[in-house]
Design a protein around this ligand. Structure first.
Ligand code: CP
Length: 356
C-alpha cells in the first residue's frame, strides 16, 4: 500500500524519486488523465487552509474527484461515532483517504482500519509528511541539492509537526541542525536522541542572530496557541521571536526563509519583499508536490518500498501502553501495537519510545 504516514517510512532514494516525479509533473501541461475516475476522501478534523485546498486542487489537476469535510462539526462524530467506524464507512466510498487529525498516530491507525491508501495531512504534533515533501522540493529548487546544508528551525519546535517531519527527512542528507527556541518549546528529546544515534551534528540555541552568517535555511514556525497547555503561557511566550528585515541584515546572501504558514507575527511583513522570503513559493509548491503524492498513493507511479518493515518486530498488547497522552491509543480502540527495533520499543502509531 502506498501510504504517506511518517517520514520514517522513506529512505533517501525514495524521497529523491518522489521529488523528481513532482518535477516531471511540473513540466507537463496537463495531468488530468493520471487519476481520472478516482475518488478521494478529504477528511479534516482540524482547521487547514493550505493543506486541504492544495490537496483538493491537486486532486482536480490529476483528474480525481473529491468528497469529504473540512471540520468534524458536520459529521456523525458529533453524535459520538468513533474515528474507527467513520473510516470503515468512508473506505467504501473512496479510493484514497487524506486525513488531518488532532491526535498523534491517528493516520497510522487509519491504515489498520481501511484497505485503501492513506495520506497523513498532519496528526497532532507528530508528523506532516506532505508538508515535508513540499519543503524539500522548495529547498532543492533553491539550492539544486539537499546535501550538506545548515538548517535552523525557529519557534515552536516542541509541538511543530512540520519541524519533526522535516528534521527526520533532512537527517538523511547530512544536514547540520540549529534548534532555536524558548526552553519551553525546544525540540523534543526523542528527536535529539534519534539524531545522536545517527551521529548528526546539531546545536540547541535561544537566539539566532549569531548563526545568520552560517545558515542556508531559516525555517520559522508559529507558536501554536491550540497546542499549548494554557492561554497564559501562550501570552507569555508568543512574541519571543519576531523575524524582521533588520534582524536578518547579517544573513548569508543566499539564505532562504521558509515557514509552513499560517504566520501570526513571527515574520514581519517587511521580510516578504526581501529575496530571502520563500514561504509563499513554498506554499505554492504544495500543489505540484501533492499531485505527485496523490498519483503515487493511487498507484499511478511505482516507488521502491523501503526495507524498514522487514527489520522491525510488531507486538500487540491488551492494555494501553503508549505514554504520550495525545496518542490516538488513549481515545480509540486499537491493538496497542508496539514496534521493537534495535532492542528498544516504540509506539506503532505515534512512534514515541515506550518503556514496557
Ligand atoms: N502548512 C499547513 O499545514 O497549513 P494549513 O494548516 O493551512 O494546512
Amino acid at each position: 500500500m502506498n501510504n504517506f504516514i511518517s517520514m520514517k517510512d522513506f529512505e533517501k532514494e525514495q524521497i529523491i524519486e518522489i521529488l523528481n516525479y513532482a518535477s516531471i509533473l511540473k513540466e507537463k501541461k496537463d495531468n488530468t488523465n493520471i487519476c481520472d475516475k478516482k475518488i478521494i476522501a478529504s477528511l479534516f478534523f482540524e482547521p487547514s487552509t493550505r493543506t486541504r485546498l492544495s490537496f483538493t486542487s491537486a486532486a482536480f489537476r490529476v483528474g480525481a474527484k473529491v468528497l469529504g469535510f473540512d471540520s468534524p462539526d458536520a459529521t456523525s462524530i458529533q453524535k459520538g461515532e468513533t474515528l474507527r467506524d467513520t473510516l470503515k464507512v468512508i473506505n467504501g466510498y473512496s479510493d484514497l483517504i487524506i486525513m488531518r487529525h488532532p491526535r498523534d498516530g491517528a493516520a497510522k491507525l487509519a491504515t489498520d482500519i481501511v484497505d485503501i491508501p492513506v495520506i497523513n495531512a498532519g496528526d497532532g504534533s507528530n508528523e506532516h509528511p506532505s508538508q515535508t515533501m513540499l519543503d524539500l522540493f522548495t529547498i532543492k529548487e533553491e539550492f539544486s541539492t539537499l546535501e550538506n546544508l545548515k538548517v535552523a528551525f525557529l519557534g515552536d519546535l516542541k509541538y511543530g509537526r512540520t519541524v519533526h517531519s522535516l528534521t527526520e527527512a533532512l537527517s538523511l542528507f547530512k544536514t547540520e541542525f540549529y534548534f532555536v527556541a524558548n526552553e519551553i518549546l525546544q525540540i523534543p528529546k526523542y528527536i535529539l536522541e534519534d539524531l545522536d544515534k545517527k551521529n548528526i551534528k546539531y546545536h540547541i540555541l535561544d537566539k539566532y542572530d549569531e548563526i545568520l552568517s552560517e545558515i542556508d535555511v531559516l525555517y520559522v514556525t508559529r507558536v501554536q496557541k491550540e497546542r499549548l497547555p494554557s492561554l497564559e503561557l501562550y501570552e507569555k511566550i508568543k512574541d519571543d521571536f519576531i523575524v524582521n528585515k533588520e534582524s536578518i541584515l547579517n544573513c548569508k546572501e543566499s539564505m532562504i526563509i521558509l515557514h509552513p504558514l499560517p504566520r501570526i507575527n513571527e515574520i514581519n511583513i517587511d521580510v516578504d519583499s526581501t529575496k530571502h522570503a520563500k514561504y509563499f513559493t513554498q506554499a505554492k509548491n504544495g500543489l505540484i508536490m501533492r499531485q505527485a503524492m496523490i498519483a503515487i498513493a493511487l498507484g499511478d507511479k511505482e516507488i521502491k518500498k523501503n526495507q524498514r518493515e522487514k527489520k522491525i518486530i510488531i507486538k500487540k498488547s491488551e492494555k494501553i501502553v503508549c505514554e504520550n497522552p495525545n496518542c490516538i491509543t488513549h481515545v480509540e480502540n486499537t491493538e496497542n501495537k508496539v514496534i521493537e527495533e534495535k532492542n528498544k520499543n516504540f509506539c506503532y502509531y505515534c512512534s514515541r519510545e515506550i518503556t514496557l
